[in-house]
Design a protein around this ligand. Structure first.
Ligand code: IDP
Ligand code: MG
Length: 133
């Protein structure tokens, strides 16, 4: 099924000039951006986006990192976009991410792990609506 999912290139990816490489990887895998916006999130926007993680030990650090400098917000479209994007990203902790995944290639740590991707079709719809209306 053709789906849409939300992808974010996190501050560490933007700062290290990886936008082009990351988008190329998606395009090579037939995930195509249909919306793109570069944005410096406010603390409130980051908190709202990650509200499922409120109360977790890493929440404050996550919100402060995600609002520390600009990110790239993207809607990706393609066959099985949600699962495919998660596969291309690799595991949350880059130490556990498979060879060839974005996090294995680029992420330095579990907290600065370069990309976000929606984890279900339901959350993809919510996350796309959150940023793109
Ligand atoms: P995901 O990004 O692979 O979906 P989630 O469990 O949804 O992973 O966590 C959201 C984000 O929170 C992660 O991408 C990572 O940046 C951060 N995070 C998750 N677990 C930890 C942790 O144990 N320590 C520090 N940061 C974490
Ligand atoms: Mg998640």
């Amino acid at each position: 099924m053709i789906e849409r999912t939300l992808s974010i290139i996190k501050p560490d990816g933007v700062e290290r000039h990886l936008i082009g490489k990351i988008i190329s990887k998606f395009e090579e895998n037939e995930l195509y951006p249909v919306r793109i916006e570069m944005k410096h999130l406010t603390q409130k926007e980051a908190e709202g986006f990650y509200d499922v993680h409120v109360g977790k030990p890493f929440f404050n650090e996550l919100v402060s990192f995600m609002s520390s400098s600009p990110v790239v917000l993207m809607v990706l479209e393609g066959e099985d976009a949600v699962a495919k994007n998660r596969k291309i990203m690799g595991a949350t902790n880059p130490a556990n991410a498979e060879e060839g995944t974005l996090r294995r290639m680029y992420a330095k740590s579990i907290d600065k792990n370069t990309v976000h991707g929606s984890d279900s079709l339901e959350n993809a719809k919510k996350e796309i609506a959150y940023f793109f209306g």
